[in-house]
Each structure stands twice: as structure tokens, then as C-alpha cells.
Design a protein around this ligand. Structure first.
Ligand SMILES: Cc1cc2nc3c(=O)[nH]c(=O)nc-3n(C[C@H](O)[C@H](O)[C@H](O)COP(=O)(O)OP(=O)(O)OC[C@H]3O[C@@H](n4cnc5c(N)ncnc54)[C@H](O)[C@@H]3O)c2cc1C
Length: 390
């Protein structure tokens, strides 16, 4: 399938810094027959945006939670990691609450064809896949609230998190708040996302067989993506707005040695041209200001990701790139708080790896809770809780 054949989907209207804070993703969910009206926090049919809590009294029943603000397992995030964790936790009888965020469904809500998620030999649309995840999680008793968590306190148990003034409590917490791709911020780029504009070469490179594509960026990721794309594209234009690349020398040398890669410095994308799909780019010379137009079949933005970790600063450790640090598989430095998916993983960044992480986090949480209860009942040793997830 070529990118031309990608199915139209709702425009994800988003700013470059917060590309997924739109309920457009939730709208797309509704298109796949998930009844959001079951959630009392839904503002209107098909729009999965939580209403303002009735009282906002900590610990009180809120409109969004359907009366439930306490859970054995509280999950933050509803991408592949969060919803897989929910499926496993719900099937372990832990009746989880998922605080889904305003980008309910996560990053796959802003892409069209997903052809590398196992079990769908014909491929599946990103929003449709996430609607299935959600339906499966709800089927086993997960309660999902489409709301952003704005504060957390993991200093004592039960752990507490707040969303629009409502306090939620969990004996264990799974953090699966993902990461957001950074975009250039052009209207034309937003309009053509999933129609030739992508932020993931591993995911979408395959659709550009026989096309000329451009990659924007100057770091290792951009050079890596450009090299990867030469497997499919006839030519890859690597566009960088500065003179010098931030990327490592070895990556630059590799790109320079590749006949299919044409490196252009001091150039930026001014506009993505095309109506139903990407047809070309208007480029601007960053030194002279001159613009030129070039035909192009696809545009890959490789200027970085922002992990959604701001609310966890001071509670959980982050690495130099801002991603959460895991100590052992899914464990955080706090006993009972687990981490899954792209919020810690900047290496693989795939739906299937995030889902796998969600599964692991739920199993770890379940075993940890079990060990905690045994300990409280005087069965087993103090070290049992660590051992349970080791
Ligand atoms: C354009 C594009 C195309 C892609 N295509 C593919 C593909 O074809 N195949 C593939 O395997 N992968 C693909 N990926 C990668 C894949 O989407 C991610 O690896 C995967 O979604 C990560 O899952 P996650 O659950 O860790 O996080 P995310 O999907 O990022 O989900 C994060 C969740 O956390 C929530 N959240 C964030 N902050 C808060 C908060 N404060 N409170 C509550 N909730 C919060 C968000 O609302 C969201 O629900 C693509 C990515 C992009 C950007």
C-alpha cells in the first residue's frame, strides 16, 4: 500500500510542543463504535473529554470516575502501554482506573495505517486499533476517565494523583504517559499528518517505496531515519536548518557515503504542499531567505520527542533526556510505582514494545500487591515485595 492509499482521518489539530493534547484523537475513537457516553465524564456524544468535577473534593466521588476514585491499580495514560496494563490488571481482578489523558489512545491516534502490529495481517488504522485496546480493557472492568493528571504524590501509600481537583488513590500506580513527537508547527504539516507527513520512519517508511522523501533534523535520529528510508525511497533529502549537524561523526559519514541521501544544510521547510497527500515542499534558505519549491512524496520530521514526564519531576528519576528511569524492567525507584512504554523507552518506541511493557508492569504490580498483602498479614518477609517483582 502506498501513502496515497492511506485512508483519510480527522485532522489532529495540535501545537508543535503538545501535538497530542487534542480531543481529536478521542473523536476518532468514537468513530469505531466505542460508547464513550458510558463514561459519565464525557462532555457529549463521541467527545471523550471529561467534564469539570462536580465538587473537586479530594477523595470524593467525581463525575468523571463514575463514583470511583480509589483503585488497587491506578494507570496514568491510555496508549498501548496503559491500556495493555489495564487489560492485564482487570483480568487479575484488580479493577483498575485508567486516567487516560486528553490524548486518549496515545500516539497511534495521529497515524493512519499500522501494518506492524501483530494480529492484523491486512493492517489496521491507528485509531481503530486503539479503540479495540480500549474496548478490551473496558470489557474486563477497567474504568477509564479521559482526563489529564496534573499532580502526583508518591511519598506515601496509597499513592495519590490529582486531575482537575479530584484526588484519585491507588495501592499501586502504573505510569504510562508516553512521549510526544515534536513537529515543525506548520498548518500544512498538521493537515497532512498520516497523509505523507510522519514522525516515525520505522513505522511508515515502508509506505514510501519508490518515492522521494525528505527528513528534517540534524541529530543522530534524523540521520538514522534518513539511512533507514533509503531501503524504500528512491532518494532521501536530509534537510537541516543549520550549517553543522549535531549528529555523531560516524552517522554523518554513513549518510555522506550513501548515494541515495542528499544532504542540504541551511534550509527549512516553509510549507508542505498537497491536498489529499504530500506532493511537494516549499523550502526556505535560512541564510538568504530565498524560497524554492521541490516535488516530494513524503516528509519525515525527526527533530525529537518530548517525554510526558513533567508531573513526575521530583517524585521519579528522569534521565538526561527527560525520560523516566526504570530500575529493573518496570520498577521505579518507588516501591509500588511501575513504569511502562515510551515514557521511559526512547530506544524502541513501538506500539508492540509499549504494549509488552504494559503487560509486564501489570504483572509486576499484581505480584507486588500480592506480596504486600501477604506481608501485612504477617506472611513472608519484608524483602518479599522487592523479590516479587525481581
Ligand atoms: C506518527 C507516528 C506513527 C507511528 N506509527 C507506528 C506504527 O505504525 N507502529 C508502531 O508499532 N508504532 C508506531 N508509532 C509509535 C507508537 O505510537 C508508540 O510507540 C506508542 O504509542 C507508545 O505507547 P505508550 O502507551 O507508551 O505511549 P503513548 O501512545 O504516547 O500514550 C501516552 C498516553 O499517556 C497519556 N498522558 C500523557 N500525559 C498524561 C497526563 N498528565 N495524565 C494522564 N494521561 C496522560 C496520553 O493521553 C496518552 O493516552 C508511531 C508514532 C507516531 C508519532
Amino acid at each position: 500500500m502506498t501513502d496515497t492509499e492511506k485512508t483519510a482521518r480527522p485532522d489532529p489539530a495540535a501545537s508543535p510542543d503538545a501535538p497530542m493534547t487534542t480531543p481529536a484523537g478521542a473523536d476518532a475513537f468514537a468513530g469505531f463504535a466505542i460508547d464513550f457516553s458510558r463514561d459519565e465524564g464525557v462532555a457529549g456524544a463521541g467527545v471523550a473529554v471529561a467534564s469539570t468535577p462536580a465538587a473537586g473534593v479530594p477523595g470524593s466521588a467525581s463525575a468523571e470516575s463514575g463514583g470511583r476514585t480509589e483503585a488497587k491499580v491506578l494507570i496514568i495514560g491510555s496508549g498501548p502501554a496503559g491500556l495493555t496494563a489495564a487489560i492485564y490488571a482487570a483480568r487479575a481482578d484488580l479493577a483498575p482506573i485508567v486516567l487516560a489523558g486528553s490524548a486518549a489512545g496515545g500516539q497511534l491516534m495521529i497515524t493512519s495505517d499500522v501494518e506492524n502490529y501483530p494480529g492484523f495481517p491486512e493492517g489496521i488504522q491507528g485509531p481503530e486499533l486503539m479503540a479495540k485496546f480500549r474496548e478490551q480493557a473496558e470489557r474486563f472492568g477497567t474504568h477509564i476517565v479521559d482526563i489529564d493528571v496534573d499532580r502526583v504524590d508518591f511519598s506515601r501509600r496509597p499513592f495519590r494523583v490529582w486531575a482537575r481537583g479530584t484526588e484519585y488513590r491507588g495501592d499501586a500506580v502504573i505510569v504510562a504517559s508516553g512521549a510526544s513527537a515534536l513537529w515543525l508547527g506548520l498548518d500544512s504539516e498538521t493537515r497532512l499528518r498520516g497523509r505523507g507527513v510522519s514522525a516515525c520512519a520505522t513505522c511508515d517508511g515502508f509506505f514510501f517505496r519508490g518515492e522521494e522523501v525528505a527528513v528534517v533534523g540534524g541529530g543522530d535520529t534524523a540521520l538514522e531515519e534518513a539511512t533507514f528510508l533509503t531501503r524504500f525511497a528512491t532518494k532521501v533529502h536530509l534537510l537541516h536548518r543549520r550549517d553543522a549537524f549535531r549528529a555523531s561523526k560516524i552517522m554523518i559519514d554513513r549518510a555522506k557515503a550513501n548515494d541515495k541521501i542528499e544532504i542540504r544544510t541551511n534550509v527549512e521547510v516553509d510549507e508542505v504542499i498537497g491536498t489529499a497527500k504530500v506532493e511537494g515542499l516549499r523550502l526556505r534558505d535560512t541564510k538568504t531567505g530565498e524560497t524554492s519549491q521541490v516535488p516530494m512524496g513524503g516528509l519525515f520530521i525527526a527533530i525529537g520527542y518530548k517525554p510526558n514526564t513533567d508531573i513526575f519531576r521530583g517524585e521519579l528519576d528522569v534521565d538526561e533526556k527527560g525520560y523516566l528511569v526504570v530500575e529493573d524492567e518496570t520498577r521505579s525507584k518507588i516501591d509500588g510505582v511501575f513504569i511502562a512504554g515510551d515514557v521511559h523507552d526512547h530506544r524502541y518506541r513501538q506500539a508492540v514494545t509499549a504494549a509488552g511493557d504494559g503487560c509486564k508492569a501489570a504483572i509486576d504490580a499484581e505480584r507486588w500487591l500480592e506480596a504486600m498483602h501477604a506481608q501485612e498479614a504477617g506472611i513472608g518477609s519484608a524483602g518479599a515485595t522487592k523479590a516479587a517483582t525481581a
